[in-house]
Design a protein around this ligand. Structure first.
Ligand code: UDP
Ligand code: MG
Length: 148
């Protein structure tokens, strides 16, 4: 589904994130959202959602066929997540740096995944990997009434 033109004008200035189920269950959502704001990312849309397995499969369809896909979608539908759209210049790249490497053990000290991630799968947060995916992922979670 194509995003609305007004939303497209934010291309390059937004990214999409989720606090993953394990981090939310551990009570880290507040701390993670505070850390996100401290990093200069403005929260412009926010919600708590418990994805069904089917919805998690759709969100991660780029990973279909990967060995970790089944585990990933089971995990991402195992409990509530916090979904948010973040606004900042150079949002996608800056946020990827701010959260750190996929594996928390390899993430730079002080990054969100280093601070709150447990392991490769339960790595605390998601961050979009391109402007195109940021728009697509934001559109998956938020309707035009729920976002700028
Ligand atoms: N993942 C995993 N095992 C792997 C690679 C990825 O469990 O070997 C999980 C991990 O939770 C990761 C998500 O799948 O965040 C999506 O993988 P991707 O390669 O897109 O990493 P990301 O963009 O989240 O850093
Ligand atoms: Mg990714």
């Amino acid at each position: 589904m194509p995003p609305l033109p007004i939303f497209m004008s934010m291309n390059g200035k937004i990214t999409f994130t989720m606090v993953k189920p394990s981090a939310h269950a551990s009570g880290y959502s507040g701390k993670i959202l505070a850390k996100i704001e401290e990093g200069g990312f403005k929260i412009i849309a926010l919600k708590l959602v418990h994805l069904t397995k089917e919805q998690a499969c759709m969100f991660y369809d780029v990973h279909i066929g990967r060995p970790f896909y089944e585990e990933l979608v089971n995990f991402m539908s195992s409990g509530p997540i916090i979904a948010a759209i973040l606004q900042k210049e150079n949002a996608v790249e800056d946020f990827r740096k701010y959260i750190g490497a996929t594996d928390p053990a390899k993430a730079e000290p002080g990054t969100i995944r280093n601070l709150y991630g447990k392991n490769m799968g339960e790595n605390a947060v998601h961050g979009s990997d391109s402007d195109e995916n940021a728009v697509r992922e934001a559109g998956f979670f938020f309707s035009s009434l729920e976002r700028p």
